[in-house]
Design a protein around this ligand. Structure first.
Ligand SMILES: [Zn+2]
Length: 461
């Protein structure tokens, strides 16, 4: 790759600085906590992949437990096919600026042991105003066909290249006194929340008061999104009264969780976390109670389909307090059922109006020795005409019902059930006349229609 000379120089400077930097013991301790160890299930026992001891656990597969022998936190697994990647950042000082060092911690199981590969794959210069300068990535970082980055461990790290987009969100480690603020401790925030480090650095150096306040209140996850909050009283800032504060702190609630808490006002973090995974929650809460939604396992369902079902059931005057109505066993089936019912109800109404219109214009029926013409009487006839003629006249039902047009069928006297010409009339004038496949009418058909229009519709001769 061709890289301009001064850019190459800046990359070398950055790399020289980082390569001669001594990572602290605290940083290595932090990385240790990101390495995953599994416990493999064999018969009824789990085997610790760190110390080989056997133990029993009441936890489920894919949950964590602690090894009673070596105290390691262990991910419980049934198979050895496990590859877990975690991403962390190390923030260090770089003159007046900072460097974000992006790491991948790769954990995998091999020969009855967990192995770990820790790779520093990117370096980004960030200024005090939160803007990024030089961003570089190692050459064995590759993008797969789906667009995701991965490290090709078979390839050697040979050089660093500039890269447009590198993550700045996640878990950030910073050594003591590297990032400071006059009134609060930024390290406290980074130790307790995943953040977009650009936002946080920007907030620290412009001494953002909301950020300070949220960290001091120990609402770390909310502090990560401090820019979402307006200044004001507690109620105004959070949309809740003060009685919720302790609950919010104890659970270090996130912005998404706060949004749910505001809607349901129930201090149950499991319920809140569950519902924070549900789309269009507000609309579902119009009909459903929060605990019932969790019981119904709504997060695993199509919430838009569910929303539509509820709205239609309500329209049909179903009892919206009946749990059998609210939480159908087969959502798709029930959805389609109410949809059909609603359509039938609507058709019935339309049909009544079309019939009324038919009674008014039935007098316009006409025939000569070859052709006859008569108005549409109901929706079924429109559907039949549409199917026979391959046109869209079936979509005219509402227009007929509201009186903005009339539809007539012109046919041969000898076969009155077979479609021939479909006619649209507005204000006693033919505005459309179509034969099968929207083809044009013949001269003979036109003569008949002209006569009918003049004699019957306009009453001229
Ligand atoms: Zn162990």
């Amino acid at each position: 790759m061709y890289i301009k000379k001064d850019l190459r120089k800046r990359i070398d400077e950055l790399n020289n600085f980082v390569d001669t930097f001594s990572n602290t013991k605290e940083f290595y301790d932090f990385i240790e906590t990101k390495k995953i160890y599994i416990a493999l299930k064999e018969d009824n026992n789990y085997i610790c992949s760190r110390c080989d001891s056997h133990f029993k656990s009441k936890k489920k597969i894919n949950q964590y437990d602690i090894c009673p022998n070596c105290n390691q936190k262990l991910l419980l697994k049934r198979t050895i096919n496990c590859e877990i990647k975690d991403y962390v950042m190390y923030l260090i000082k770089y003159g007046k600026d900072f460097i974000i060092r992006n790491y991948e911690v790769y954990s995998y199981y091999s020969q009855r042991k967990m192995k770990h590969i820790v790779t520093e794959y990117a370096r980004q210069v960030i200024s005090k105003d939160g803007t990024l300068g030089l961003k570089i990535m190692i050459n064995n970082m590759r993008r797969n066909t789906a667009g995701y980055w991965y490290i090709n461990y078979l390839e050697k790290t040979e050089y660093w290249k500039p890269e447009y987009y590198i993550s700045t969100f996640g878990s950030v480690f910073v050594d003591k006194n590297v990032l400071t603020s006059r009134y609060w401790n930024p390290k406290e925030l980074l130790d307790n929340a995943e953040v977009n480090i650009c936002d946080i650095i920007k907030g620290i150096f412009k001494e953002d008061y909301t950020l300070e306040l949220l960290v001091k209140s120990k609402l770390y996850n909310l502090a990560a999104q401090y820019y979402e909050f307006k200044k004001g009283s507690f109620d105004k800032v959070f949309g809740l009264d003060r009685s919720y504060l302790l609950f919010m702190i104890e659970n270090n609630i996130t912005y998404e969780e706060l949004e749910v808490l505001k809607k349901i006002k129930i201090k149950d973090i499991n319920l809140i976390r569950y519902l924070s995974r549900v789309f269009i929650l507000t609309e579902l809460l119009k009909y459903c109670k929060p605990y019932d939604l969790m019981k119904y396992k709504v997060a695993a369902k199509d919430s838009f389909l569910f929303r539509d079902y509820l709205a239609m059931a309500n329209k049909l005057n179903y009892n919206m307090n009946d749990k059998k109505v609210l939480y159908p066993k087969n959502l798709k089936k029930s959805h389609d059922q109410v949809q059909n019912l609603l359509k039938m109800k609507k058709d019935k109404k339309l049909n009544k109006k079309i019939r009324e219109r038919f009674n008014q214009i039935e007098k316009n029926k006409y025939s000569d020795n070859k052709y006859c013409i008569f108005p549409a009487m109901n929706i079924e006839q429109l559907y039949d005409e549409s199917a026979q003629q391959n046109n869209c006249v079936k979509t005219y039902a509402e227009r007929i019902a509201e009186g903005s047009c009339d539809i007539y069928f012109m046919r041969l006297n000898e076969s009155k059930d077979k479609s021939l010409v479909t006619i649209e009339v507005r204000e006693n004038k033919i505005v459309q006349k179509r034969t099968k496949n929207n083809e044009r009418t013949t001269e003979s058909q036109d003569r008949f229609l002209k006569l009918w229009e003049n004699k019957i519709l306009k009453g001229i001769c």
